[in-house]
Design a protein around this ligand. Structure first.
Ligand code: G3P
Length: 295
């Protein structure tokens, strides 16, 4: 299955499967028939248009401004064993269903070794980390160019479990942007959120390390931190996400009220008894698009 990055969200074109359509209409019948003349050339031209449309939809350059402005739910799978193999595929299916049901934009950051394993036309795939290194002799580094070639739409960077130096954050943000990929740069405090926002990532994600994996949501335990971080990024091009300890729809709704334009979640979904149900509850309370800044 191919990737249509960032095509999710309410009213998105993620359900249009041009690949299958052109396969269905053109490949099977006309290979056998192979007519000649003007009609044949017209058919080839239409087929060519379908192919170009398909390439456009399946490339990471398909990142319309409207999609970037929609609130986003990021499921960070970390290296949880519960997010590997067929369980990762189930998470994608659950995310697709919840995205469709609630009109929520959902992205998944699979465990690093599985970043190109699961694909969805509706749910974007993100990397959990990226380095400022290019293709070639860069052993062990996560190379944005190769992520892009694998259909990955963007990357989380500077997660508190994988910190980068400020110069590296700046360089990776620039590298991702030059490739048409999204950047979600994490910060632990409001002042750090302000410093990172000045580097121009698409999103700043505020996550207090002490609440990560705790089951006590940032939006309950540290509402002031979300407010301060929202203020800190408000003058920048970045949008604010928040994460740490989010487990319920109520946690998500509060985060939205406090100024976050989406959330990051890991254990609350991946380690839930029913990940699909947990994800659906969170997606059902995502802030609506009208709540987005400037509207
Ligand atoms: O990146 C999201 C993550 O750090 C939050 O983790 O387990 O508290 O949802 P968790």
């Amino acid at each position: 299955m191919a990737v249509c990055a960032w095509a999710g969200g309410s009213g998105g074109s993620g359900d249009v499967d041009c690949h299958d359509l052109s396969q269905m209409i053109f490949r099977t019948p006309f290979r056998a028939w192979r007519p000649r003349g003007m009609l044949y050339r017209r058919i080839l031209r239409v087929n060519h248009l379908f192919t170009r449309l398909r390439r456009g939809l399946h490339s990471n350059s398909y990142a319309p401004a409207r999609a970037r402005e929609e609130p986003m739910l990021v499921l960070n799978c970390k290296n949880y064993a519960e997010a590997t193999g067929s369980r990762l595929a189930r998470l994608y299916r659950a995310a697709e269903a919840s995205s469709r049901r609630h009109g929520a934009r959902i992205a998944i950051a699979p465990p690093p070794h599985l970043v190109s394993a699961a694909r969805s036309r509706r749910v974007a795939t993100l990397a959990q980390h990226a380095d400022d290194r290019g293709p070639g002799s860069t052993t062990g580094h996560v190379v944005p160019e190769l992520l892009r070639a694998a259909g990955v739409a963007g990357s989380i960077i500077n997660h508190s479990e994988h910190r980068l130096r400020p110069a590296e954050i700046r360089a990776v943000i620039g590298r991702l942007r030059s490739l048409g990929m999204s950047s979600i740069a994490c910060a632990r405090t409001a002042p750090e959120a302000a410093r990172i926002a000045a580097l121009g990532p698409d999103y700043v994600a505020i996550e207090p390390p002490s609440l990560i994996g705790s089951g006590t949501a940032i939006s309950r335990a540290r509402p002031g931190l979300i407010r301060d971080a929202a203020r800190a990024v408000s003058q920048s091009r970045s949008r604010l996400l928040c994460g740490a300890g989010i487990v319920s729809g109520e946690d998500v709704a509060r985060a939205g009220e406090l100024g976050a334009e989406g959330i990051l979640v890991a254990s609350g979904v991946v380690k839930a008894r029913s990940p699909a149900r947990a994800l659906d509850e969170l997606a059902s309370r995502m802030p609506r698009r009208r709540a987005v800044r400037g509207e």
